[in-house]
Ligand binder design. Structure first.
Ligand code: NAP
Ligand code: MG
Length: 455
């Protein structure tokens, strides 16, 4: 079985991709199990060196990976180049892990007590279509670095960069079968990672709905799970902030990747006294966005990923919710959607509570600090957010008060390979990236050796 990819910019048919069945998935998992033994048996310096070679191969292939993402996902080339470089950085960062898999020596009576971080075995990584290669690397790089094998199931719509990364891994000298990309349906390939006993952990990034199914499925085998799910993050602008700067940077915080970003600040909360001022600057900034051909380095925003997703996003712009203004979008073929600014009358309007995952943002006023924090927290999600204020004490109070995993003050940054990333509440479980991520791919083993007759 197979299916055909569609270029979201041109709507032209592209590559045909195999849709694997359960037997093929099981065979791949068995190959991964064998390869993992070999990999874990190598000396740590050799594993580190192979991962560095993998990072170098990605480095040499950055432009090709970026161009693949432009074709497959419609990401603007500037974004796609950053993504390819990020994958290289993630690999390079975790290449230091094999030689630093330290255990502990714990003082106990009568002997030596030490801990080891043992690999889990085979890890299944399931990725979404919005950031195919970066999110894949957050799973496979630390998992491989801790001595595991990885089977990766990319989203059906966007497998090309993942397939290329597996080729680069093999070319770099990773054992055959250690890192395999298995294409096909989530309900078949992804679900098999949940039910196959050899897979000891599932790392899932995607919708909260499917994440809950994965978590309950994994419970059956007490299988380890990391979940990175949806978001409905708040960008909070206080009256004492640099309101103009907050407004001019707001488009990138929600329209980057056409809003198909789990960290999108899709609710902008503005203190009432500066609301109009903010909206004026914001309108100017949205008007200045270049929406169009993703192959051009001057493009800020490309198309949505698919016709189906375009339909889903469109459903949020209806007659019921006031539209303050919209940006531009090309006509003709391609899944284009103009940046759209909604000003809902009710704080419980669905544009305030549901993740739209497109270039649609809701802007609402708030009264004071307590109101802002309560409104920011009035969601089942808790992934990211931004706080704009010149009062450093307020910035810290609000940062501690917002129930979210990744916050930035007077900026919109959220993902760095060297800092932890993940969600509160229904935005996820566990953390990826940063200095500790590799530990989530290990079990802690405690060993006691007596040094006296009596223990
Ligand atoms: P999705 O529908 O949940 O799919 C994610 C992945 O899971 C895809 O590979 C999908 O395969 C697979 N899948 C679907 N059903 C499955 C099942 N029953 N068992 C196992 N795997 C299954 O999510 P999406 O629509 O691709 O992505 C959008 C969502 O991802 C948004 O909610 C967004 O917030 C979230 N996201 C979160 C983060 C984060 O780090 N927190 C990052 C990016 C995206 P198919 O392609 O075959 O459907
Ligand atoms: Mg889906």
């Amino acid at each position: 079985m197979s299916y055909t990819l569609i270029n979201p910019t041109t709507e032209e048919a592209m590559e045909t991709i195999p849709a694997l069945d359960i037997d093929q998935v099981d065979a791949a998992i068995e190959r991964a199990r064998v390869a993992q033994r070999e990999w874990a048996g190598l000396n740590p310096a050799d594993r580190a060196s192979l991962l560095r070679r993998f990072a170098d191969a990605v480095d040499a292939d950055r432009e090709n990976l970026a161009q693949l993402e432009v074709r497959n996902s419609g990401h603007p080339i500037g974004n796609a180049r950053w993504e390819a470089e990020h994958v290289r950085n993630v690999l390079e960062y975790y290449a230091a892990t094999p030689e630093r898999m330290f255990g502990r020596q714990i003082p106990v009576a009568g002997g030596l007590d030490v801990t080891f971080q043992e690999p889990l075995g085979v890890v299944g990584v399931i990725t979404p279509w919005n950031f195919p290669m970066t999110i894949a690397s957050w799973g496979f790089a630390p998992a491989l670095a801790s001595g595991n094998a990885v089977v990766l199931k990319p989203a059906e719509w966007t497998p090309l960069t993942s397939l290329r990364l597996a080729e680069l891994g093999l070319d770099s000298g990773l054992p055959e079968g250690l890192f395999q990309v298995l294409t096909g349906k989530g309900s078949v390939v992804g679900n098999r990672f949940v039910t196959n006993l050899t897979v000891r952990k599932v790392v899932f990034t995607g919708s909260t709905e499917v994440g809950k199914q994965i978590m309950s499925g994994c419970a059956d085998q007490v299988k380890r799970v990391t979940l990175e799910l949806g978001g409905k993050s708040a960008n909070i602008v206080f009256a004492d902030a640099d309101v103009e700067k907050a407004a001019l940077t707001a488009p990138s915080s929600v329209f980057d990747n056409s809003g198909q970003d789990c960290c999108a600040r899709s609710r902008i909360l503005v203190q009432r006294s500066v609301f109009d001022d903010f909206m004026q600057h914001f309108e100017k900034a949205v008007g200045a966005l270049t929406v169009g051909d993703p192959t051009q380095s001057t493009t800020d925003m490309g198309p949505l990923v698919s016709r189906q997703h375009h339909d889903a996003v469109s459903a949020y712009v209806d007659a019921k919710t006031p539209v303050a203004f919209r940006g531009s979008a090309p006509d003709g073929p391609g899944f284009w959607f103009a940046p759209t600014i909604l000003t809902p009358e009710s704080r419980t309007d669905r544009c305030m509570t549901e993740e739209i995952f497109g270039p649609v943002v809701a802007v609402v006023p708030f009264d004071d600090e307590a109101d802002a924090v309560a409104l920011a927290n009035a969601t089942e999600f808790g992934l990211s957010g931004s706080i704009w204020t010149r009062d450093i004490a307020r910035a810290l109070r609000v940062a501690r008060g917002v129930e979210s995993g990744n916050l930035s003050v007077n900026s919109h940054s959220s993902v760095r390979y060297n800092t932890p990333f993940g969600g509160f509440k229904q935005s996820g479980l566990g953390r990826e990236l940063g200095p500790d991520a590799h530990l989530a791919f290990t079990e802690t083993k405690n060993v006691f050796i007596p040094t006296t007759e009596k223990d």
